[in-house]
Design a protein around this ligand. Structure first.
Ligand code: 5AD
Ligand code: SF4
Length: 477
């Protein structure tokens, strides 16, 4: 698929930044600065988008609040991937009627994938009259201009025009953490898996230029970030549109060469495009975290073809074998959809057998959710919800057994753990992550948050590991 990527000129982003000031002056507020409440649903790309929206809000002079009742501006970044995610958002948006009644000047904004879905903006216009601004992912870069129209013209603004998408550099980000950062390397998706709404709401694949990505990573490394995740709907397609001869493996190599003490993660990889060159590069790059998220979706060839995934069970298993041959300790995770239209019990059992064969470290399991406008939503779906639910539970139980077994194998080992937070658990007041990304509950005090320390793993559960800083454990040596 050939598309010409539109790049938003830098001057246009400067213009948006200049409009922030005026928007900030017009935002309602009490004695202090205007307070903004930002809520994010869905995937990491949405998290990354919200960091940029917060960047604009900071330019407007906003302070951030966790209490929507206190907020002068509410911004909800929505997800469209499953019906349930959408319904949850709409339920919460409905409840904001009361918040706004108590704070009449409050400005309510909705953005993200669900807003880009055909028909949604109309539904908000008709049924959610307290919402002031609706915009989709394509309009994110012009949020200041859209908000200013709401504030100046005192009318509701909707901007959800369909678009192949663009790239906007230079929008400042307010990061949620000082340790972990998302760096988008590309946007959109061209794969059109038959169940998926993403290509319809996020446009065609387009890559950021390598020098822009590297400049962002360099700045993050200098600022002390320890964990950087390169994001894209399908990172393996990185660079195809740029035609610079730089693919994702090359990009990974360049990011790895950025000086600093940080780990690199990336997601999501599509099995049809993830291959030998990437696996070898990963094995060679010392900063690349030994974690691979490789969504398989199904273990049955008929279902994979109906999903338009572009690989067979056998091809997928070959890639897993190759990856494990090159990086034996790799942590493998995956996404699976149970109950794709017409999936028989036998076909489901093929997925279960694939999961038993691969033994993932963790799995994200989803019940099929028909998304209006996608080909799968129009397929006959004779299997009862009860049978789908039973299959789903069987898969979850199988994976829980596998995860528990995998975690138990860590007990007694020493792991380099990035201590990333504190928890309310008095016995394990710290949390951290292994190089492969497994969660560790840690003893100790808050001193080492942000540092990489050796940790002796002393226990495990289905979902996590337990450990103590190795220095504090005399048995460790
Ligand atoms: N129904 C259920 N799960 C879905 N996913 C994407 N679209 C759907 C859908 N319509 C899952 C896929 C994907 C993950 C992000 O969400 O497993 O990898
Ligand atoms: Fe959706 Fe498939 Fe694109 Fe992933 S690769 S975003 S599942 S269409």
């Amino acid at each position: 698929m050939n598309t010409v990527t539109t790049t938003i000129p830098r001057e246009e982003i400067h213009r948006q930044l200049a409009l922030c000031r005026r928007a900030g002056e017009l935002l309602p507020h009490g004695p202090g600065r205007p307070a903004a409440f930002v809520d994010t649903y869905g995937c990491q790309q949405n998290e990354a988008d919200s960091e940029r929206l917060r960047g604009y809000l900071r330019e407007m002079g906003c302070a951030f609040t966790d209490d929507e009742g206190e907020a002068d501006l509410i911004l909800i970044n929505t997800c469209a991937i499953r019906q349930h995610a959408e319904q949850r958002v709409l339920g919460n948006v409905g409840a904001l009627v009361h918040t706004k009644r108590r704070r009449p000047g409050q400005v309510i904004c909705l953005c993200g994938c669900a807003m880009q879905r055909p028909g949604m903006a109309e539904q908000i216009r008709r049924s959610y009259r307290h919402v002031d601004l609706v915009f989709g992912p394509h309009a994110l870069w012009r949020f200041p201009q859209l908000l200013l129209r709401v504030l100046e013209e005192k009318k509701r603004v909707f901007d959800t025009e369909d678009s192949p998408g663009s790239i906007a550099e230079g929008i400042p980000a307010v990061r949620q953490s000082g340790l972990k950062a998302w760096v988008s390397v590309m946007y959109g998706c061209n794969n059109f898996c038959s169940y998926c709404i993403v290509p319809y709401v996020r446009g065609r694949e387009r890559s950021r230029r390598p020098e822009d990505i590297l400049a962002e990573v360099e700045a993050l490394a200098r600022a002390g970030f320890r964990d950087i995740t390169l994001l894209g709907q399908n990172v393996n397609s990185y660079g195809k549109d740029l035609r610079l001869g730089v693919d994702f493996a090359d990009l990974l190599e360049r990011v790895n060469a950025v000086p600093g003490d940080f780990r690199i993660r990336f997601m999501t990889s599509h099995p049809k495009d993830a291959g030998e060159k990437l696996f070898e590069t990963m094995a060679r790059c010392e900063k690349a975290a030994p974690h691979f998220h490789l969504p398989v979706q199904s273990g049955c060839d008929r279902v994979l073809a109906a999903m338009n995934r572009g690989y067979t069970r056998g091809q997928y298993l070959d890639k897993v074998r190759r990856l494990r041959a090159l990086i034996p300790h790799i942590v493998l995770t995956s996404d699976i959809i149970v109950g794709f239209p017409g999936e028989t019990r036998e076909e489901f059992l093929q997925t279960l057998s694939l999961v038993e064969e691969v033994e993932y470290d963790a799995l994200f399991t989803f019940l099929f959710s028909p998304r209006p406008g996608t080909p799968a939503a129009a397929l006959p779906d004779p299997v009862s919800p009860e049978e789908k639910q039973r299959n789903f539970q069987e898969l979850v139980d199988a994976q829980n057994r596998i995860s528990a077994k995998k975690h138990a194998a860590y007990v007694g080992t020493v792991q380099q753990v990035l201590v990333d937070g504190v928890s309310g658990d008095p016995e394990h007041p710290l949390t951290g992550r292994t190089p492969g990304g497994r969660l560790v509950h840690l003893t100790g005090d808050a001193g080492p948050v942000g540092s990489l320390i050796p940790v002796k793993i002393t226990g495990s559960s289905t979902w996590a590991l337990f450990g103590a800083p190795a220095d504090a454990d005399p048995d460790n040596n």
